[in-house]
Design a protein around this ligand. Sequence first.
Ligand code: NAP
Length: 299
Amino acid sequence: MVSENPIKGELKMATIIDGKSLAKKTRENLKIECDKLKLEGITPKLAVIMVGDNPASKVYVRNKSRACSDVGIEYKEYLLPEETTQEELINLIKNLNQDKEINGILLQSPLPRHLDINEAFKAITYMKDVDGFTPSSVGKLCIGEDTFISCTPYGVMKMFEEYNIDLTGKDVVILGRSNIVGKPLIQCCLQKNATVTVCHSKTKNLEEHTKRADIVISAIGQSNFVKADMIKDGAVVIDVGINRDENGKLTGDVDFEGVEKKVSYITPVPGGVGPMTIAMLMNNVIKATKEQQKEKSML
Ligand code: NAP
């Protein structure tokens, strides 16, 4: 269906934002940067910590290791048993903080219930915080300083950039307020001069917010939650969700087939935000490596 695009001010068909291609292009550019570092004798290295035996985490970790090998980043996995204590986890993080061979540390979530993930994130040194989850990274993002931006929100912002979607003055409605997606997205969108509304499970009349939004970003984790009648004609819809529907099929939060017919831009699942998240992790590992080298050269 043809819809009016308020972002571009013209009539057009919905554009499917191709996260897979953009991620590939991003990884290719990062490979060039990584090769340059290698010529200087520096090989970026990412440490990934996984605790327990979560099947979804295993898939995410495998995808991250593949992306590292594409870009030329070395990858080391630390697989800890389910019964790992908080102290053991923090000790490993402290050792990795000190390890000169390691440039980035990623702690795969979720952790087993007896472990406190925020305490563990706090233990990661800022210089190796490639996921952007430490209080230092989050604080810097809030005051608009250069920092490690959480990979999923960063990937979403790169999509806006690539597709020339200007956020200035736009009403952006974010569904979900998690520390890893919703909250950093607030800051990212504010920095691009959007007017931001955040909805969550206690929001009343959520549809009233989404219906007036120029841009809806959904990160709630429920299959087909966002339906066509919740979205205004010509809006931009970004689907962060990764879920399984009742038939076990991978879905986002958005009823893609219904919503696609009335919007100007939309991301698919799979092939949308997911690949960009991993590409931005690679970006952050290269950034961390370069910053650590700069710091060393200043000593
Ligand atoms: P989360 O920590 O579970 O947070 C979900 C958020 O959604 C919470 O703020 C929750 O509200 C809100 N919510 C849940 N049900 C709602 C409802 N019916 N109406 C309104 N708000 C509702 O999840 P997350 O880690 O942010 O992940 C969200 C989704 O994104 C998941 O599907 C996850 O798999 C996916 N994800 C994808 C990527 C990617 O790379 N594409 C990366 C990370 C996450 P309350 O705060 O009130 O509980």
